[in-house]
Design a binder for this molecule. Structure first.
Ligand SMILES: Nc1ncnc2c1ncn2[C@@H]1O[C@H](COP(=O)(O)OP(=O)(O)OP(=O)(O)O)[C@@H](O)[C@H]1O
Length: 268
């Protein structure tokens, strides 16, 4: 039996990050970050540029650059992920953690049809035949709200819009029914109306697929739309965390206050 089969899990993932420290080339970048996420919860991670949001996501996913030194603990449903062998981590990533990034152009290969890319993880995991894979691609395309799924699964990334590419990238991320979806600035490259649709899709997916969500953003409006709880980063530390509504109403830290003020002035 393979490692992934032995550890086969379904349902939403609970995540506990404790005293996470990351150093790269001898410089400490994360200085002891702790937060947790209940199974099925939607968490926003917010902070300015360079505050350590992406490094945190990469540490959770086991994708830090070689040479990075990580200490602390990252537990998914109670299981320690830090220090797992690469092969085991890769299988957890393929299976239990779905990832969505800012620019789907870089996440998707320009040379392969969207349907093939949406079903990559699924096909590897379940050894799907051609017809099954096509059926899965059509189902996923419909699930992520891609209109005209028949056309979409046959299209190449450059033949569709930015919002449609992001929907295809989300389809790829959820294809193997992950327990945790990690999204890093998933709507930053999109205009506001398209952004709203994508954020609604994240909410739908976490509700219907029984999946937890960590959404990284610099935009408090995104947090407000998608998350139930938020952690605020500054210079590799968490400076504030709590329920989104409370933090929006009574931000304690100046960084949070500044992020809220920035969103207000953008909207004005
Ligand atoms: N591969 C790397 N090697 C060395 N330092 C890095 C590397 N990646 C990130 N850093 C540094 O780590 C710090 C945190 O970076 P990180 O990408 O996590 O920030 P961020 O909060 O996601 O910012 P942004 O919103 O701009 O993406 C920054 O000071 C950055 O320069």
């Amino acid at each position: 039996m393979s490692d992934s089969a032995q550890h086969a899990e379904t349902g939403a993932t609970a995540l506990e990050v404790e005293d996470l420290r990351v150093s790269i080339d001898g410089t400490e970048i994360l200085h002891g970050v702790s937060f947790s996420l209940a199974a099925g919860e939607r968490l926003g991670i917010i902070g300015g540029s360079g505050s350590g949001k992406t490094i945190t996501a990469l540490a959770i996913a086991g994708l830090l650059p070689r040479g990075a030194v990580v200490t602390g603990s990252v537990r998914a449903n109670g299981r320690e992920l830090l220090g797992l062998p690469d092969r085991e981590l890769a299988s957890i990533r393929g299976d239990r953690i779905g990832m969505v990034f800012q620019e789907p152009k870089t996440a998707l290969s320009p040379f392969r049809r969207l349907g093939a890319q949406m079903t990559e993880a699924l096909a590897i995991h379940y050894r799907l035949g051609r017809a099954e894979r096509r059926a899965a691609a059509l189902r996923l395309a419909a699930q992520v709200g891609l209109k005209d799924p028949e056309r979409m699964v046959r299209a190449y990334p450059h033949e569709v819009s930015g919002g449609q590419r992001q929907r295809a990238a989300i389809a790829a991320a959820i294809s193997a029914s992950p327990g945790l979806l990690l999204a890093d600035e998933p709507t930053t490259a999109l205009d506001v109306t398209v952004q709203r649709g994508i954020l609604e899709l994240f909410t739908e997916i976490t509700d219907s697929e029984s999946c937890s969500l960590v959404c990284i953003t610099h935009d408090i409006a995104v947090v407000n739309q998608v998350a139930e709880r938020v952690v605020v980063f500054e210079a590799g530390r968490i400076v504030e965390q709590g329920a989104v509504r409370e933090i929006l109403e009574r931000p304690q830290h100046r960084v949070t206050q500044a992020l809220i003020a920035a969103a207000g002035s953008e909207a004005a």
